[in-house]
Design a binder for this molecule. Structure first.
Ligand code: PA5
Length: 475
């Protein structure tokens, strides 16, 4: 269905930052004057992102993904149709940015018990994302899938990640043992021309391969084939996902942070960081949005956690993302948020209209403490608890703001993803760091290579062995 401007407007996500201001927080909140003191910096960040958008050499190719993929989308839709026709299981092998996007979209836009539904009620094959190398998990995945009926989407930009390549070795061996033609059961998503997956697909010949574009880093890759193929296989409307992203991009045109939702969020978070709020909690009030927090945690942590500015000055910046779920974590973490140290800013994700309402029936009439719930919907209950938690935090002088999604669908999810990506790019520019590299992750990857004997890492292996040979504090 074609969306009218009116429909788009009704699905527009908004940011309510009243509870970050002095209006209700008094001196714990920010006055208009205080926020205005960040105007110059946020304008400069906006200009930096606007001037460099689309530049592959700066890893900012992701800004153009909502616009430059018509052919790729058509190809993905055709492949997805084939996958649905041929396979009963679709398994993503990948980690970090090559897994968190597919997990997020799956949970946001599919039935929460998708794999347990009968085939007739699912739009696609059973779906799994294997983003760990826990041996138990691998073995137990193989207990519930049939490799002969499975398509494995191996996603790795570098093609060098030990976790993903180990998984590939396991499944290709298994497929061969089952007498399957490996190339008919794998789809690779990787760099255009470099890396081991390119070599492997050349060796196998005829493997379907999608490109993770040059200027798109792992954590900014949900809107390219990394996220689009798994989503399309699940029957998610990927065109609307991209349209949502483009719609948010349009809303991010202004250099005035009060008129640009992503710049507003970046400025609020930057102000909070300057104020010692080293922890950023993301608390969606929706099980569908639970894994947005995992995706966002990587985006925010890996992008902003840096030890040197763009001018080469040492620094240690970033904000620790914490994942929480409303209402579940009201009964776990909210006590700390309300009364613990003043070191957090809480972002709520609220939903205006849930796709199910679920009536709470009348009952227990002789017990008013219970019967008051009857006649309400669960939607009313979760929304009331969301408002109540924001109120309680505000009363306790805790910074919090709310991103409102009118509903959870492909269009609003696309908006939300792009908002967070732009927010991260703006915040990185405000911090004057390289938002798009991840030297800290690379260091761990290299140490793993050394420990497992990859050629070329002998020196690092010796250093690691030396460190391990002299433990001092084992009790
Ligand atoms: O955001 C990133 O760059 C990382 O989290 C990577 O996505 C992750 O390490 C996996 O790398 P690759 O896709 O090269 O296997």
């Amino acid at each position: 269905m074609r969306m009218t401007e009116e429909m788009r407007k009704s699905l527009r996500i908004t940011v309510d930052y009243t509870n970050m201001t002095d209006k209700y927080l008094g001196d714990k909140g920010y006055s208009a004057k205080k926020l205005d003191s960040y105007k110059k910096l946020s304008k400069a960040a906006h200009a930096y992102v606007a001037d460099n958008r689309g530049k592959d050499e700066l890893f900012m190719g992701w800004t153009e993904l909502p616009y430059n993929q018509d052919e790729i989308v058509a190809d993905i839709l055709a492949t997805a149709k084939e996958v649905r026709r041929k396979f009963d299981y679709f398994v993503v092998l990948g980690i970090g940015g090559s897994a968190l996007g597919p997990i997020m979209a799956f949970n946001a836009l599919c039935h929460l018990h998708y794999n347990d539904l009968p085939k007739s009620k699912r739009k696609g094959p059973k779906f799994f994302v294997e983003d760990n190398v826990d041996p138990v998990r691998m073995k137990e995945l193989l207990d519930v899938i049939e490799p002969e009926k499975t398509c494995f989407n191996v996603i790795s930009k570098s093609g060098a990640t030990s976790e993903t390549m180990a998984q590939y070795l396991i499944i290709s061996d298994l497929l061969k043992k089952k007498g399957c033609d490996v190339k008919e059961h794998v789809i690779f998503t990787t760099d255009a021309s470099r890396g081991n997956l390119v070599k492997i697909s050349d060796e196998l010949g005829g493997v379907k391969r999608y490109v993770l574009p040059d200027g798109v880093g792992g954590r900014f890759s949900q809107l390219c084939p990394v996220g689009l193929l798994p989503a399309a296989v699940l029957g998610i409307d990927i065109k609307n996902l991209l349209k949502g992203a483009a719609y948010m991009d349009k809303m991010c045109k202004s250099s005035d942070f009060r008129k640009n939702p992503a710049l507003l969020c970046a400025t609020l978070q930057y102000a909070a960081m300057q104020d010692g709020k080293n922890i950023g909690v993301l608390m969606p009030y929706s099980d569908n949005l639970k894994f947005v927090s995992d995706w966002y945690a990587q985006l925010w942590a890996e992008s902003l956690g840096k030890n040197v500015t763009l001018d080469g000055v040492p620094c240690n910046v970033g904000q620790t993302p914490v994942k929480a779920l409303g209402v579940t974590d009201q009964h776990s973490q909210v006590q700390l948020y309300t009364e613990g140290p003043y070191d957090k800013v809480v972002t709520f994700l609220s939903v205006g209209s849930y796709r199910e309402k679920t009536m709470i029936p009348h009952g227990c009439e002789s017990i008013p403490d219970v019967s008051f719930l009857g006649g309400h919907t669960m939607e009313e209950l979760i929304q009331a608890e969301n408002k109540a938690t924001a109120f309680a935090l505000t009363k306790a002088g805790r910074l919090n703001y709310t991103i409102d999604l009118p509903e959870v669908n492909a269009f609003t999810l696309g908006q939300l993803l792009f908002l967070f990506e732009m927010q991260t790019a703006y915040a990185g520019a405000m911090l004057n760091i390289n938002t798009f590299n991840q030297p800290g992750v690379e260091a761990g990857k290299k140490a793993t290579f050394a420990l497992l004997g990859k050629p070329g890492y002998a020196e690092q292996k010796a250093a690691l062995d030396q460190a391990a040979s002299d433990p001092e504090y084992i009790v």
